[in-house]
Write a protein that binds this ligand. Structure first.
Ligand code: KIV
Ligand code: ZN
Length: 513
């Protein structure tokens, strides 16, 4: 019998700390449901004390999710832990994850606390957390640069105080695999009560070693890995869930552990997170990149045709790569539409939302003969926008683009329900449209990123546009999809403006106590 490797997904917390990757409550619930479908053991749903919006999202996820443990992060102070405890209260299985920094540089320069004070605060934090749940995780932030003797001391004390999982983060991605494995081995050997807890690791990817360090730690005795879909996360990101899961599974000859993950849900999860956050997946990304199973050279193609395992160590279908499935067409009815959405795990909040999505599906089916699952996913993402979130709304858009002429756009928008019209010239039709929108919106925001992807194949495919805007220190992503990429662009721009318009001030998760 192999040990269970607990998969702790932090896409909704550490992943959301990537610039511009912030998600709305509805988007977070969709991601959480997909993680549950994938059978992730623990979903870190956010950092409850960061903002009222984070609190609400964690609370809603705790209500919605039944099969995974729902966790909130909390700094080691009574207020944060109280917020986390309240946020996870509805969960069938809830966890509080509290942390304090333990490296000399963090304790001295950031916390301005002595090591004794840090131990005392950590022990108190576990006590506060145990008032809400007996599932308490403790992280020693920047453990990767902390002194081993001090880690042994603080871990022994927090285990005595009731922590049930001990997490060893390489917060700044500084470690090398052999070194990190040795740290884990030493900790398990030297902490006297180490057998009372699950040992966990949380590795950042600053040197591109997050997955390697996590896997080395598993070989050294760690039994929980913290990771994210597509390796999203603070700076260079976290260890990627799909790589960890498939390495453990593909090299079952080496790893004494197995996960409970349904790997066929990996690609749908990757696409969903990429679509919502606007972070594209590089084509050569392991497991989930578009080329991960594509064979270009003749020798490789010939080999795979003769015997697949000559050049493939995993099967594309095992991680959820399927042929684009023609699901519905112009003549499909409301019931077929609803059933397919349910099969994709999409539940719309009300009958009105379903009717609106169905009407949009019919419009799309008129323009495009074949509707694929990816089209449905893009289509319903618009249904999660509530009227309160939609301060800026597109009523009409027209562009004129001719050889030798300057492209020109005209738009009609509503701002808080009041209609405005504007026109502008630009370098291209999209540029002209954005300029026309800005003539009305006057947001003063800076465009950081503009990208277009075809959702499916063919020239009638919907274009999915991501627009990243920055204003007053906030960075947001907007998404829009349409068979007309200028309209998709206008929708994405307005979606980003609407996100900037909604309040969303947050405390950073790596703050002081
Ligand atoms: O990287 C880190 O140290 C963290 C902790 C809060 C676990 O994200
Ligand atoms: Zn982190």
């Amino acid at each position: 019998m192999k040990d269970r490797l607990v998969i702790f997904d932090t896409t909704l917390r550490d992943g959301e700390q990537s610039p511009g990757a912030s998600m709305t409550k509805e988007e977070k619930i969709r991601v959480a449901r997909q993680l549950e479908r994938m059978k992730v053991d623990v979903i870190e749903a956010g950092f409850a004390a960061a903002s009222p919006g984070d609190f609400d999202a964690i609370h809603a996820i705790a209500e919605a999710i039944k099969d995974s443990t729902v966790c909130s992060l909390a700094r080691a102070n009574e207020n944060d832990i109280g917020r986390a405890g309240e946020a996870i209260r509805p969960a069938r299985s809830g966890r509080i994850h509290t942390f304090i920094a333990t490296s000399p540089i963090h304790m001295e320069k950031k916390l301005r606390m002595t090591p004794d004070q840090v131990v005392e605060q950590a022990v108190k934090a576990i006590g506060w957390a145990r008032n809400y749940t007996d599932n308490v995780e403790f992280s020693a932030e920047d453990a990767g640069r902390s002194e081993l003797d001090f880690l042994c001391r603080i871990f022994e004390q927090v285990i005595k105080a009731g922590a049930t999982t001990i997490n060893v983060p390489d917060t700044v991605g500084y470690n090398l695999p052999g070194q990190f494995a040795e740290t884990i081995k030493q900790l398990i050997a030297r902490v006297p009560n180490s057998d009372k807890v699950v040992w966990s690791v949380h590795c950042h990817n600053d040197l591109g070693l997050a997955v390697a360090n996590s896997l080395a730690a598993v070989l050294a005795g760690a039994r929980q890995v913290e990771c994210t879909i597509n390796g999203l996360g603070e700076r260079a990101g976290n260890a990627s869930l799909e790589e960890i899961v498939m390495a453990v599974r593909t090299r079952a000859d080496v790893f004494p552990v197995e996960t409970g993950i349904d790997a066929t849900q990996i690609v749908p999860a990757s696409k969903l997170v990429s679509q919502i956050t606007g972070y594209p997946v590089q084509p050569n990304k392991a497991v989930v990149g578009a080329n991960a199973f594509a064979h270009e050279s003749g020798i490789h193609q010939d080999g795979v045709l003769k015997h697949r395992e000559t050049y493939e160590i995993m099967r594309a279908e095992d991680v959820g790569w399927a042929q684009n499935k023609l699901v519905l067409g112009k003549h499909s009815g409301r019931n077929a539409f609803k059933t397919r959405l349910a099969e994709l795990g999409i539940e719309l909040a009300s009958d009105e939302a379903l009717n609106a999505a169905f009407a949009r599906f019919k419009e799309l089916a008129d323009k495009k003969h074949e509707i694929f699952d990816e089209d449905l996913q893009a289509l319903v993402s618009d249904e999660t926008v509530t009227p309160e979130d939609e301060h800026y709304k597109l009523v009409y858009s027209r562009v004129c683009s001719e050889t030798g002429e300057t492209p020109q756009a005209a738009v009609t928008l509503t701002l808080g329900g009041v209609e405005h019209k504007a026109g502008a010239f630009g370098g291209g039709p999209v540029d002209a449209t954005f300029k026309a929108i800005e003539t009305v919106a006057k947001s003063g925001s800076e465009l950081l990123l503009y990208s277009v992807n075809a959702i499916t194949t063919g020239t009638d495919a919907q274009g999915e546009v991501t627009v990243r805007l920055s204003h007053g220190g906030r960075i947001v992503n907007g998404n829009g999809a349409d068979t007309d990429i200028v309209i998709a662009s206008a929708k994405a721009y307005l979606n980003a403006l609407n996100k900037l318009h909604s309040s969303g001030d947050k405390v950073k998760a790596q703050g002081d106590v």
